[in-house]
Write a protein that binds this ligand. Structure first.
Ligand SMILES: *Cc1c(COP(=O)(O)O)cnc(C)c1O
Length: 391
């Protein structure tokens, strides 16, 4: 009885063995400062340069368009604060959505206090933001639109090219928080016309604390971190060499064979979905068609997801309730609220996120365990009357 199933890959992923091996020499052998001229510094520089090429190749970008950062949160802050400041003379209206990650939402809230006006677009009930919704929100003083590529809670993938078209025609910068999408969905930043794109290594089997911001050639932003001239003066600080090498290697591996992996993971996810929706009074949150391959988010009536999580943990299953960041907080997830879920259904939402490391056996075990636990929890609940149990 020592089963362990990790089904919280949207929160973070394990560093793969290949990535770990690629990183190891950069701690104690190739430890030089990449800015130094001697050989141990040059070998560190080579590692960073290779990672920049690997990252650019995976995104259909040029190496000089990649800036390494400390992760998705910094990339989001840099993109939004940078673009807002750069264009402040032209206008002070920014557009985002109500379902962004807090790295975007809280940055926008901070800018509101600094005199910017923000419009938070409402998604449809499946989590999709309609291009018409964006179009209607644009004003003459709009300078930046920031819409996530795919949602971290419900997995909905947005129609990014349609947003880009709208922004381009009006000379508005377009940023996307693609932290959940990069490494999981094919993305060509150049072809899709994206100006700014955030990614984070630990969401695709790379290490934590390292990410990147794609900045389209010709777009110049004031930098968030002042200091040395690293990253062509766009992000100061001695490079996180092992982390950057790990990011490049992880993205290179994620990009290879992506289609097959997506299909395999989606098949597991669909089987898990069918198995869990067979429990009476359950519903899927988010879009069925436009969805990340590994993401499943379901509401289980009569269940407090937080309580269920503890029981799942006792059974060796790692999952999350709505947003991982909201765990422990009394507030229902802002994403589930924004797609119109009543408070009860939001508190009853369980998120399971699979990845290529998961197996059919894992799926069977999760279905079996959740079905048993839900039956048990409902049988204990006085509020769960016979009215509900007759389906
Ligand atoms: C994880 C995540 C982030 C934050 O990335 P960090 O590297 O953990 O700072 C931002 N946006 C989305 C959508 C995420 O899933």
């Amino acid at each position: 009885m020592s089963k362990f199933v990790y089904a919280d890959n949207a929160a973070t992923t394990a560093v793969s063995q290949d990535v770990l091996h690629a990183m190891l020499p950069y701690f104690a052998e190739r430890y030089g400062n990449p800015s130094s001229i001697y050989s141990v510094g040059r070998s560190a520089r080579e590692g960073v340069d290779k990672a920049r090429r690997q990252t650019a190749d995976a995104l259909g970008a040029k190496p000089e368009e990649i800036v390494f950062t400390s992760g998705g949160s910094e990339s989001d802050n840099q993109a939004i604060r940078g673009a807002a400041a750069k264009c402040a003379a032209k206008g002070r209206h920014l557009i985002t959505t109500a379902i962004e990650h807090h790295a975007v939402l809280h940055t926008m809230r901070a800018l509101e206090k600094e005199g910017f006006t923000i419009t938070y677009l409402r998604p449809e009930p499946d989590g999709t933001v309609l291009p018409e919704t964006l179009e209607a929100a644009i004003r003459p003083d709009t300078t930046l639109v920031s819409i996530m590529y795919a949602n971290n809670e419900i997995g909905t993938i947005q129609p990014i090219p349609a947003f880009v078209q709208i922004c381009r025609a009006r000379g508005i910068l377009f940023h996307t928080d693609a932290v959940q999408a990069v490494g999981h969905v094919p993305i060509d930043a150049e072809q899709e016309g994206i100006d700014l794109l955030s990614l984070s290594a630990h969401k695709f089997h790379g290490p934590k604390g390292v990410g990147a911001l794609y900045i389209r050639k010709g777009v110049r932003l004031p930098s968030l971190i002042e200091g040395g001239t690293q990253e062509r003066g766009r992000r100061a600080g001695t490079e996180n060499t092992p982390g950057i090498v790990g990011l490049g290697e992880a993205l290179f591996r994620a990009a290879a064979g992506m289609e097959e992996r997506m299909e395999r993971v989606a098949r597991l996810r669909d089987r898990l979905c069918d198995g869990l929706l067979a429990i009476p009074h359950t519903r899927l949150n988010g879009s069925r068609a436009h969805r990340l391959a590994g993401n499943l988010n379901i509401s289980i009536d009569g269940i407090q997801a937080e309580g269920l999580l503890l029981l799942l943990d006792q059974n060796g299953i790692c999952a999350s309730a709505g947003s991982a960041c909201a765990t422990g907080a009394v507030q229902p997830s802002h994403v589930l609220t924004a797609i119109g879920l009543p408070e009860e259904a939001a508190h009853a939402a369980l998120r399971l996120t699979l990845d290529d490391v998961n197996t059919d056996e894992d799926v069977d075990y999760i279905i079996e365990t959740i079905t048993r636990l839900v039956q048990h929890l409902r049988s204990l609940s006085p509020a769960w009357g016979p009215a509900q149990t007759t389906h």
